[in-house]
Design a protein around this ligand. Structure first.
Ligand SMILES: Nc1nc2c(c(=O)[nH]1)N[C@H]1C(S)=C(S)[C@@H](COP(=O)(O)O)O[C@H]1N2
Ligand SMILES: [Mo]
Length: 173
């Protein structure tokens, strides 16, 4: 009789574990965008909201985990206060498995970037400079920004290639 309760407790506990483990895992489902689509994430992604793609407007992008990076860049005047979602947060929202992504500009420039960069550094998709949207003629509507002033070693040719301006989509191979 003294063994009965502990055994029952163990049985109940394992049943609980079993039933919660067998619940379907609900992906963080993002609703379709209401505003203009700024970014399309395509390819091998788990979380979609328009067909098999993830489309995001400005509000959705800025509601992800964002960061302010104060830095100079080889392409902009002075030190800017840039803000936008962390690339790692964005790719996590899309649900990716791949270790590389192709970042594509509106002007057909595109390049492959290792996802490891986004864990090693706080790389953002800069949407604002000094609180204002970035115009297409100034690298906008979004550009990939590495924190150059915090990590001067990032000022090299490889990272400059990965600093895509006029970003329109990210493809996950
Ligand atoms: N949209 C867009 N982004 C781009 C490029 C481009 O041609 N279009 N060139 C890339 C490359 S190869 C480099 S080296 C830098 C350009 O820097 P630079 O013109 O100051 O050398 O931006 C990168 N981002
Ligand atoms: Mo380049």
């Amino acid at each position: 009789m003294s063994l009965f309760w502990p055994c029952r407790a163990v049985l109940t506990f394992s049943l609980l574990l079993f039933s919660s483990a067998s619940l379907p895992v609900m992906a963080e489902q993002l609703p379709p965008p209401e505003g203009d689509v700024l970014l399309r994430v395509t390819g091998d992604i788990e979380n979609t909201n328009v067909g098999d793609e993830l489309h995001l407007d400005r509000k959705m992008l800025m509601s992800l985990s964002t960061r302010v990076t104060e830095t100079s860049t080889p392409w902009t005047e002075g030190v800017g206060r840039f803000e936008g979602p962390l690339l790692r947060a964005l790719l996590e929202a899309a649900g990716i498995r791949n270790e590389h992504v192709r970042i594509q500009a509106l002007n057909e420039y595109e390049t492959e970037v290792p996802v490891a960069d986004f864990h090693e550094y706080d790389v953002i998709l800069a949407l604002e400079r000094d609180g204002e949207p970035i115009a297409v003629r100034d690298l906008g509507p979004m550009f990939v920004l590495y924190p150059f002033d915090e990590h001067p070693q990032l000022l090299n040719e490889t990272i400059r290639h990965r600093s895509v301006w006029h970003v329109g989509s990210i493809h996950v191979p």
